[in-house]
Write a protein of this length. Structure first.
Length: 524
């Protein structure tokens, strides 16, 4: 029977489904209407808010416009006031200027009138003077006629006799005056010169120390002496060969003497030996290493020495090469007097003398310092004339003409042309004339040593030459690539023959030619 009820159930289901559909559609319609209403309300609110914002902005723009307009009016008013003030000031200045101009014109017109009046007065005085002169000449003419009638002489004859008598009297008087003034001038000049020299020497009290030919090295103990000598004397021979300095070791405890006429070599050898003693490692390779290091450091010390001298004297810029040569003078002696000490002393004395004579103190000091600068080059240039070498180096580096003239004049090669050059010549003589300042024997000894070395260095293939043992031995180091063993024997004979033919010396001179070949390679 259940299938009979199926249609009833189907109809009921359709009714229920239709009801559900209608109800759902109604609910959906109600939700859509609600959402639409809310959206319209929000849009209205946004529109109102935008309208309010627009209104506020319009009000703000109006206020800003009014504010800018007020600022413009204030600025315009201020500029107008400033314009009026400046215009008033300009008008006031114009009135003042016009008043001043009127016063000056009045003053000028008044002065013109005074000048015109003075000119008229001068013309009147001139006319009166001419009239007086005519009367005077007329009276003179009358007097001449009267004298001519009285003496029987013409005017020209009387004039000649009078002039001749006057001339004779004036010649005698002039000669007498000339002799008197010449004598007074010489006396005054002599007194003034003595006064200036006395002032210069008393105001400058420089120290003096004569150069010696030896340096004494004190050792910490006697064992160090044996280490310096080395096995079979290798260490001491190496030091003597590379430095050209004679190392003297005697019985004096803990003492070694370095002897050489060349101050520069002796200074390098002294520093090398002191460093070796401090280090303790003494062997031929180490000696050569330390010697090369000290030699490089000496160039820097020489440059610093020159700079310090220039600063101490208060001089201006000098070329670096001249500064280096000034430093080299520390290791140069002349007649036993240190060349740099002599140059500094000459510079100070020349500055004092130049001031007394009304010259340039700095220029005189500069010339005094450089007057012997050529002595720093004489050894390198084979003992040439230090005056010519000094003048040439100063010309090359554009030194002042007064400096060059002082260099040339201090040994009489040309006359001095300025107060400063004369002061340098006087100061050079003062410095050299001090008691004990110079020793002629030492200078001749140094010249002989330089001549010995020059004979050797002029030969082809010679690298270095050292005169040691007070000139009794000449040690010559040759280049192994240019001179072989057989040529070394011939070279020694040639040098000995030239020494015998050209030099005067006591005793004999031993010539030792040293040739050494070294091969050095590096493993990488």
């Amino acid at each position: 029977m259940w299938w009979i009820l199926i249609p009833s159930f189907l109809g009921f289901g359709l009714v229920v489904g239709l009801s559900v559909y209608l109800i759902s559609r109604k609910i959906l319609h109600l939700d859509s209407s609600h959402i639409l209403t809310q959206a319209k309300a929000k849009a209205k609110a946004i529109e109102l808010e935008a309208q309010n914002f627009l209104t506020q902005e319009q009000l703000r723009l109006k206020e800003l416009h009014l504010e800018l307009e007020q600022q413009y009016k204030d600025k315009l008013h201020k500029l107008e006031e400033e314009h009026k003030h400046k215009l008033h000031s300009i008008e006031h200045k114009e009135r003042c200027f016009q008043e001043k101009l009127d016063r000056e014109n009045t003053l000028i017109n008044h002065e013109k009138a005074e000048i015109s009046q003075e000119r008229n007065d001068i013309l009147l005085q001139k006319n009166q003077l001419l009239k007086t002169q005519k009367e005077y000449f007329s009276l003179i003419e009358q007097l001449n006629h009267t004298l001519s009638d009285y003496t029987g002489l013409t005017k020209q004859e009387a004039k000649d006799i009078l002039l001749k008598n006057l001339e004779n009297e004036l010649i005698d008087e002039k000669a007498h005056l000339i002799r008197r003034y010449e004598k007074e001038a010489k006396e005054q000049a002599s007194k003034l010169a003595n006064y200036i020299l006395a002032q210069a020497t008393t105001r400058y009290a420089g120290e003096f120390a004569a150069e010696r030919l030896i340096n004494v090295v004190t050792l910490p103990d006697d064992d160090m002496k044996g280490r310096i000598i080395g096995k079979e004397g290798r260490n001491i021979k190496t030091l003597e060969m590379i430095s050209g300095v004679d190392v003297i070791i005697d019985d004096t405890p803990a003492t070694i003497i370095l002897s050489s006429f060349n101050l520069y070599r002796r200074a390098i050898a002294l520093k090398t030996l002191n460093l070796l003693i401090e280090d303790g490692r003494i062997h031929p390779a180490r000696i050569e290493e330390i010697y090369v290091k000290v030699e490089n450091e000496m160039d820097q010390e020489i440059q610093e020495e020159g700079k310090n001298v220039i600063l101490d004297l208060g001089l201006d810029y000098m070329h670096p090469e001249i500064i280096k040569l000034i430093g080299k003078l520390r290791y140069r002696a002349s007649f036993g007097q240190n060349a740099l000490g002599h140059s500094i002393q000459t510079a100070n004395l020349a500055g004092i003398i130049a001031v007394q004579l009304g010259g340039d103190e700095k220029l005189a000091k500069r010339a005094g310092l450089l007057h012997d600068i050529g002595k720093a080059l004489t050894i390198e240039q084979g003992g040439g004339n230090h005056v010519m070498l000094g003048a040439e180096i100063c010309r090359r580096y554009k030194e002042h003409p007064v400096v060059i003239n002082a260099i040339m004049a201090h040994h009489g090669d040309e006359p001095f042309e300025s107060v400063e050059a004369a002061a340098v010549c006087a100061a050079d003589t003062l410095s050299a004339a001090r008691p004990g300042a110079r020793r002629q024997v030492l200078e001749s000894f140094l010249t002989r040593m330089q001549d010995l070395e020059k004979i050797a260095t002029d030969k082809l293939g010679v690298k270095q030459a050292y005169a040691i043992n007070a000139g009794r031995e000449l040690r010559v180091i040759v280049r192994a690539d240019l001179v072989n063993d057989s040529q070394s024997i011939v070279l020694a004979k040639d040098i000995a023959n030239e020494i015998q033919a050209t030099l005067n010396y006591p005793g004999e001179v031993k010539v030792s030619v040293i040739r050494e070949v070294r091969a050095v390679e590096f493993a990488h």
